[in-house]
Design a protein around this ligand. Structure first.
Ligand SMILES: *Cc1c(COP(=O)(O)O)cnc(C)c1O
Length: 407
C-alpha cells in the first residue's frame, strides 16, 4: 500500500496514527488499539542500548511506560498535524498543559505578560504557584499598543488566548508574534478554541501552542487531556526535559479516546459552527439581546481578523441579554436542551451564566447592567435549540405568576 500524501487536514486526520501492518501477516486493524503499559520490555540489551542512544539524541523512543507507546505517539502525531508542529507533549488536562509550557520556558525571576482575556484558572495558577516560584505575572489587554508600556527588563513570555475566554475577543497573533520576537519574548498561545483545525497559531508566528484536548479534540465530554506543541528545536528540548522531569503522563485509554475523537473533529466542528450561526441569527432578531460575541459573525469587532486568520469557527458564543440577574437565572434554568455546566467542545449543548465580575479585568468588556450567558452549541437540531431558547426567554421575561401564598 502506498503512503497517503495530502496537505488537507480532513484527509490527514483520517490517515495519521494508523496501526502498522504486522510484518508476518501483512494485516492491521484500522484503528490503533489502546496500548496500555507501564514496563517496556526489550529483546536484548543491544535493543535497549539502541533505544537509549536514540533517546539521548532527542528522538521519541520509549524505555518505560510513562511517556506511552504507540497510542500516545499516534495522538502526538495528530496534534502535530493539527498545529503544524514538530513535537507535541501530552498532559493530563488542558490546565496541566499550561503548567507544562510555563514550567518549561520560565525561570525564577522571569516576568510573563498574560492577556487579560486568558482562561481564568491561569490567574489561580499565578496566585498559588507561580508567585511562590518567584515568577512575576501581570495582565494586560493584548494589543501591541497596550503591551508596549508593560514590558519589564525580565519579561520572557507573552501568554495569550485567541479568541479570548468568555467574550471571544480575536487577537492579532501575527502582530503579537512580531512584537514578541522584537523584544526576545516567547509567544505562547492557548489554542483550545481552534484546536488546530480552524486556527493555527504556530503558522501565524507563535512559538508554542497549547490545546485542552478535553474540548473539541476529545469531543465527547468523556476525557481530560492537554497538549503543548512547538516547532523550534530549543523550545522542544526544554519542553521535553520538563515533561520528563515532572512526570507528566496520560493513560493509553485517554489517548485512544482522543485519537478516536480526532477522526471526527472536522465534521463535528463544522456542524457546531453551522448550528451556532443559526442560533446567532435567531438571537440577533430578539429584542432581549444587546450583543452577540462570536467572531464568525459579520459585525463582531474581531470579524476581519477571524476572516484573515481562521479557516472556520465553532459552537462557542456569548450573548449579552437585557435581563436582570434574576431573569437571566430563570432563562438558564428554563432551557431544556442546554446542560448547565463548564467545559465545551462535546456533542451536546451547554450553557453557563457568566459571572460578570470575572469580566472586570477584560479590557474588551464594557461595563453594563446586562447579564452575559455563554453557550456551547452542540450537534442537536438547530431548530430545536432555537425553540428551546425562545421558550426560555419567554419564561424569563414573561409575567411571573403572583405568589398564591403556598402554606
Ligand atoms: C477548558 C480549557 C482549558 C483547561 O482544560 P482542562 O482540560 O479543563 O484542564 C484551558 N484553556 C481553555 C481555553 C479552556 O477552555
Amino acid at each position: 500500500m502506498a503512503k497517503p500524501t495530502s496537505a488537507r487536514l480532513d484527509t490527514l486526520l483520517q490517515h495519521t496514527g494508523m496501526a502498522s501492518f504486522d510484518p508476518v501477516t501483512g494485516a492491521a486493524p484500522v484503528a490503533l488499539p489502546s496500548m496500555r503499559t507501564s514496563t517496556v520490555r526489550f529483546e536484548n540489551l543491544a535493543a535497549l542500548d539502541k533505544a537509549q542512544a536514540a533517546k539521548a539524541r532527542g528522538e521519541r523512543r520509549v524505555t518505560y511506560g510513562r511517556m506511552g507507546m504507540d497510542t500516545h505517539a499516534a495522538l502526538e502525531d495528530v496534534f502535530c498535524e493539527l498545529e503544524g508542529a514538530d513535537r507535541a507533549f501530552l498532559a493530563s488536562s488542558g490546565l496541566a498543559a499550561i503548567t507544562l509550557a510555563m514550567f518549561s520556558l520560565l525561570d525564577a525571576k522571569d516576568h510573563v505578560l498574560v492577556a487579560d482575556c486568558a482562561y481564568g484558572p491561569v490567574r489561580y495558577l499565578d496566585k498559588t504557584v507561580l508567585s511562590r516560584m518567584d515568577i512575576e505575572v501581570s495582565y494586560c489587554h493584548a494589543t501591541v499598543a497596550q503591551l508596549q508600556g508593560q514590558l519589564r527588563p525580565n519579561t520572557r513570555m507573552l501568554y495569550v488566548e485567541s479568541p479570548g475566554s468568555l467574550l471571544f475577543e480575536m487577537l492579532d497573533i501575527p502582530a503579537l508574534a512580531s512584537f514578541a520576537h522584537e523584544h526576545g519574548l516567547i509567544l505562547a498561545v492557548d489554542n483550545t478554541w481552534g484546536s488546530g483545525y480552524i486556527y493555527r497559531p504556530l503558522d501565524l508566528g507563535a512559538d508554542v501552542s497549547i490545546v485542552a484536548g478535553t474540548k473539541y479534540v476529545g469531543g465527547h465530554s468523556d476525557l481530560m487531556l492537554g497538549a503543548v506543541m512547538a516547532k523550534d528545536a530549543g523550545l522542544i528540548k526544554r519542553l521535553g526535559e520538563t515533561h520528563y522531569a515532572m512526570g507528566y503522563s496520560i493513560s493509553a485509554d485517554d489517548a485512544w479516546l482522543a485519537l478516536r475523537g480526532a477522526r471526527t473533529l472536522p465534521i463535528r466542528m463544522r456542524q457546531s459552527a453551522d448550528n451556532a450561526l443559526r442560533v446567532c441569527a435567531f438571537l440577533a432578531s430578539r429584542t432581549e439581546v444587546e450583543r452577540i460575541y462570536h467572531p464568525a459573525l459579520p459585525g463582531d469587532p474581531g470579524h476581519a481578523l477571524w476572516k484573515r486568520d481562521c479557516t472556520g469557527s465553532n459552537g462557542m458564543l456569548a450573548v449579552e441579554l437585557k435581563l436582570s440577574n434574576d431573569q437571566a437565572r430563570r432563562f438558564v434554568d428554563g432551557l431544556a436542551l442546554f446542560g448547565i455546566g463548564f467545559s465545551w467542545g462535546g456533542f451536546e449543548s451547554l450553557v453557563q451564566l457568566v459571572d460578570t465580575s470575572l469580566l472586570q479585568g477584560h479590557g474588551y468588556w464594557r461595563q453594563s447592567g446586562n447579564a452575559v450567558v455563554r453557550l456551547h452549541i452542540g450537534l442537536e437540531s438547530p431548530e430545536d435549540l432555537i425553540a428551546d431558547i425562545a421558550q426560555a426567554l419567554h419564561a424569563a421575561t414573561g409575567e411571573i405568576n403572583p405568589s398564591v401564598g403556598d402554606t
